[in-house]
Ligand binder design. Structure first.
Ligand code: MTE
Ligand code: MO
Length: 406
């Protein structure tokens, strides 16, 4: 009952936005009336909008893709995972939206309207890989609390906007700037206006990279509400938690940003490896920066049955945080031997890379196809779960699919 009341008061706007439709006569709904769709815990399933997406939590909304849904070179909106720490902001008026740049390390704080950002600065478009730091968390043991992401909390959409560096140049930052922190318009789960769901950031060096954008378009259109409409920070290759949605402000800091979810075990891992389950003191935890090398087989879907022909073309993507992927190998004999797949260059820095390979199976039977990427620094994906950490971040173990040749 408590939950229903909560839904009733809070999320009609957010709900219709997620659903992609307006509740037409919402103003005429009797006071306290609970629409049927809001009684359903999974409106995506109710209307079969994206029945293939997997909802991990509806308060806040968190949903992930499955590997085979991510086969497109550019991730379409409908297959993009959603990770919210709080509630989606309501009543957004993009014509009144503004962005404030402030902090200890700006000479004078400055406010830009969205219109100014769109018209006064040169736009840039990049395809950028965004992977949640907790992607793969479901495999950790002892288990880590939080959304039990499997492999689908990664996307590579096309983002358009202004470069953060151009805005920081325009504002003027001082020599003591070390970090930027973002502020978003989303609402804390408690609805306490003094609490923020999340406010993270990146060091200045990352903030002023060519590809770090204040984006107002995703895949050529306004950013969907769930992904940060009308303005979002996008810093590809780092845990997607640094890419602040519903962006209202950037603070240029003279120290490491100390916003919500910058400390403790949030988006931090033990600086040195620890035994599974070990307690780690705060001062021995380090902020996650570039994401590790990883890959995903997106074709075929695991469980494929191959008839007659014993050849199969596998497809997928590989990415490596700030680095490029230099090699993609696959194995059909449980990692005993590896063959090299064809791997494309990224369309731009920080975009994932496509791979393809023609696989031949020697005879009928059950097989697993494993994929393993290597980055330009020579680091390979581990075949099994890498270092345990309290929150279950950075699982870049090899992706595997099951195939039956009949
Ligand atoms: N304002 C705001 N920005 C946010 C979040 C959030 O809850 N609020 N979640 C972060 C996290 S943890 C991730 S993984 C990405 C998810 O982006 P997406 O939902 O567009 O896929 O957004 C990041 N930016
Ligand atoms: Mo995340």
């Amino acid at each position: 009952m408590e939950r229903r009341n909560f839904i009733k008061k809070s999320s009609i706007g957010a709900f219709s936005a997620l659903l992609g439709v307006d509740i037409v006569y919402k103003e005429l709904m009797p006071k306290g009336y609970l629409p049927i769709a809001l009684q359903d815990t999974d409106p995506f399933k109710l209307f079969h909008k994206h029945p293939e997406m997997v909802v991990l939590n509806d308060k806040p909304w968190n949903m992930e893709a499955q590997a085979h849904l991510l086969n497109d070179a550019v991730t379409p909106n409908k297959y993009m995972f959603i990770r919210n720490n709080g509630l989606i902001p309501e009543h957004i008026d993009s014509t009144k939206w503004s962005l404030k740049i402030d902090g200890e390390s700006v000479k004078n704080s400055k406010v830009y309207s969205l219109h100014e950002l769109k018209t006064k600065f040169k736009p840039y478009t990049y395809q950028l890989t965004l992977e949640c730091g907790g992607n793969g968390r479901s495999e950790f043991n002892p288990p880590a609390k939080g959304n039990q992401w499997t492999i689908g909390a990664v996307s590579c959409a096309k983002w358009t906007g202004v470069r953060l560096k151009d805005i920081l140049d325009d504002v003027g930052i001082t020599d003591n700037a070390v970090y930027i922190g973002y502020h978003g318009a989303d609402i804390h789960l408690s609805r306490n206006p003094n609490k923020k769901p999340i406010s993270r950031g990146v060091p200045i060096a990352k903030a002023i990279q060519e590809e770090t954008l204040l984006a107002y378009e995703m895949n050529g259109k306004d950013i969907p509400l769930a992904h940060g409409f009308p303005l979002r920070l996008v810093a590809g290759g780092w845990p997607a938690s640094v890419s602040g949605k519903w962006l209202t402000g950037i603070s240029v800091r003279n120290k490491v940003h100390d916003g919500e979810k910058m400390g403790g075990s949030s988006y931090r891992v033990p600086c040195e490896t620890v035994a599974p389950g070990e307690k780690v003191a705060d001062e021995n935890m380090c902020i996650i920066e570039s994401m590790p090398v990883k890959s995903l087989i997106t074709y075929p879907k695991t469980g494929a049955i191959i008839k007659g022909d014993s050849n199969l073309t596998i497809k997928g993507h590989a990415w490596a945080g700030e680095l490029e992927v230099s090699k993609l190998e696959y194995s059909i004999d449980f990692g005993n031997s590896w063959k090299t797949a064809q791997l494309k260059k990224p369309i731009n820095r920080l975009a994932w890379q496509h791979f393809e390979a023609r696989v031949s199976f020697p005879k009928t039977g059950y097989y697993e196809v494993w994929a393993r990427a290597t980055d330009t620094a020579g680091k390979k994906q581990p075949m099994i779960l890498p270092g345990w950490n309290p929150k279950g971040y950075l699982n870049n173990a090899c992706h595997r699919i099951a195939v039956k040749v009949v």
